[in-house]
Design a protein around this ligand. Structure first.
Ligand code: ZN
Length: 200
C-alpha cells in the first residue's frame, strides 16, 4: 500500500502529498522515497512523471472516473481550457515549471469502452471538453451509450501537450479481465487496484 494516500471523493482536487490523509483525487510529490497512490476498481488510475525546471523529478497519481475526467460538478477556479483532474494535474506541473511534453504518462486498467455503459448525461458532460470527439461514444448491444474513458483522457492528454511516445498505458478492462482485476461493476466491492508511483 502506498505510504501516502487520499480520501477519494470522485472530484478534481490535486494536492501535494503530506503525512495526513487528505480529501482529494490526486496527489503529487517531488520528494524521493514517498510512495503515492490512488485506489480504483473501474476508474482510471493515472500516473505522471517528469522533470521540473530545476531538474528535480515530479510525480503524480490521479483517480479519474467519469466525474474526475470531465470535471462534472467542479466549479472551483481553474486557469485553462476545459476541466477535469488530468487538466488540473498537468496545470499543477506547469505551475511548478514543468513542460507537459516532458511528462511520461500512463493510464492503468479500468472499465474500457467494451463495458462502460453510461447515461447520456455522462456523454453530455464529456462533450463539454474541448478535446471531445464523437468516436469516443459508441453504442452497446442494448443501444445505450458506452464511453471510451481511456480514449477521452488520451484526447485531453494530447490537447495538453503530452506526447504519444511518452505514453505507457495498460489497456486492460476490469470487467473483461476477472482473472486479473477487481471490478466494482462486476459486483465486487471488497477489492481494489492501486496505482502508485515513487521517486527512487
Ligand atoms: Zn470490457
Amino acid at each position: 500500500m502506498p505510504a501516502r494516500r487520499l480520501n477519494q471523493v470522485h472530484g478534481c482536487g490535486v494536492v501535494e502529498a503530506s503525512d495526513a490523509v487528505v480529501e482529494g483525487d490526486g496527489l503529487w510529490t517531488t520528494r524521493p522515497g514517498v510512495r503515492i497512490g490512488v485506489r480504483v476498481a473501474d476508474c482510471v488510475p493515472i500516473l505522471l512523471a517528469g522533470p521540473l525546471a530545476d531538474g528535480r523529478p515530479w510525480v503524480a497519481a490521479l483517480h479519474a472516473g467519469w466525474r474526475g475526467a470531465t470535471g462534472h460538478g467542479d466549479d472551483s477556479p481553474f486557469a485553462g481550457p476545459g476541466r477535469g483532474i488530468l487538466r488540473r494535474g498537468t496545470a499543477r506541473y506547469r505551475s511548478l515549471g514543468g513542460r507537459p511534453a516532458d511528462l511520461v504518462w500512463a493510464f492503468g486498467p479500468a472499465i474500457l469502452a467494451c463495458h462502460f455503459e453510461v447515461g447520456e448525461e455522462v456523454i453530455a458532460a464529456a462533450r463539454q471538453d474541448p478535446a471531445w470527439h464523437e468516436a469516443l461514444r459508441s453504442e452497446g448491444p442494448s443501444g445505450r451509450a458506452h464511453l471510451d474513458l481511456h480514449g477521452f483522457l488520451r484526447a485531453q492528454a494530447l490537447d495538453l501537450g503530452l506526447t504519444p511516445v511518452h505514453e505507457g498505458s495498460v489497456a486492460l478492462c476490469t470487467m473483461c479481465r476477472s482473472d486479473l482485476l477487481y471490478s466494482y461493476r462486476r459486483g465486487e466491492t471488497t477489492g481494489r487496484q492501486w496505482g502508485w508511483i515513487e521517486i527512487g
